[in-house]
Design a protein. Structure first.
Length: 106
């Protein structure tokens, strides 16, 4: 994963969390002490956060650094299918429980 991918993924995650928490860009930028335009650039993946801004973001969004940087959520469909198939083939998941989830959501 290169630096640009990390900036894009982090920006996407920050935006998702901001919206989930009900903040506008203006509100969050005020809360963390940066300009709204700078926050926009971070969310677009054009700028990276400083350590100081990162710390304030974690507090404002009430999230851990581990959760903020967990990008597995953005795996592509092929990788997800492969991971699920491997988990089933290697008996890493309870197939009956997995089937119940499948039936519930289909």
């Amino acid at each position: 994963m290169n630096e640009n991918n990390i900036k894009k993924l982090l920006g996407k995650k920050i935006k998702e969390l901001r919206i989930k928490r009900g903040f506008t860009q203006e509100q969050l930028s005020e809360k963390i002490g940066i300009g709204e335009r700078n926050l926009s650039k971070i969310e677009c993946g054009n700028n990276f956060v400083t350590a100081e801004t990162l710390s304030r973001l974690l507090n404002a969004l009430n999230v851990s650094a581990k959760d903020l940087f967990d990008f597995d959520y953005y795996k592509n469909e092929t990788d997800i299918k492969s991971e699920i198939i491997n988990a089933i083939e290697n008996d890493e998941v309870d197939v009956k429980t997995m089937y119940k989830f499948y039936v519930a959501i289909k």
